[in-house]
Design a protein around this ligand. Structure first.
Ligand SMILES: [Cu+2]
Length: 122
């Protein structure tokens, strides 16, 4: 229950959204890409307490997904089908990738293989 966990998530999300907006100049896409005020962190998977959040994550094809390890342990985000693999992420490190096609991607942590999650791209 670290008090800075949720705050850090919000800050990370805000930075990511701002960066995406600056890169793409997206003004009208917010309706299609989902909630920007409610759940936050639309394209960010945060690892904390040996858990991926949110899980499942729903994303839109062509948008970058960022995974941030806020845990003290090292983790990975490794797709079962090999579509993506963050390799070792130490505390505070992040990994960004863009799924090439729509689908449901199951992933796990290759270090702690009981950590699993799903990324759905539409
Ligand atoms: Cu792990």
């Amino acid at each position: 229950m670290l008090p800075d966990g949720p705050l850090r998530t919000v800050l990370t999300c805000s930075v990511a959204v701002a960066a995406a907006a600056a890169l793409t100049g997206c003004g009208g896409s917010s309706k299609a890409t989902g909630p920007s005020a409610g759940s936050g962190a639309a394209n960010t998977i945060t690892i904390a307490d040996f858990t991926y959040r949110p899980n499942p994550l729903r994303a839109v094809r062509g948008q970058a997904i960022t995974v941030v390890n806020n845990d003290s342990a090292t983790h990975t985000l490794t797709a079962l089908d090999g579509s993506f693999d963050s390799k070792d992420l130490h505390k505070g490190q992040r990994y960004t990738f863009t799924p090439g096609k729509a689908g449901s991607y199951r992933y796990l942590c290759s270090i702690h293989n009981y950590m699993t999650g799903t990324l759905t791209v539409s």
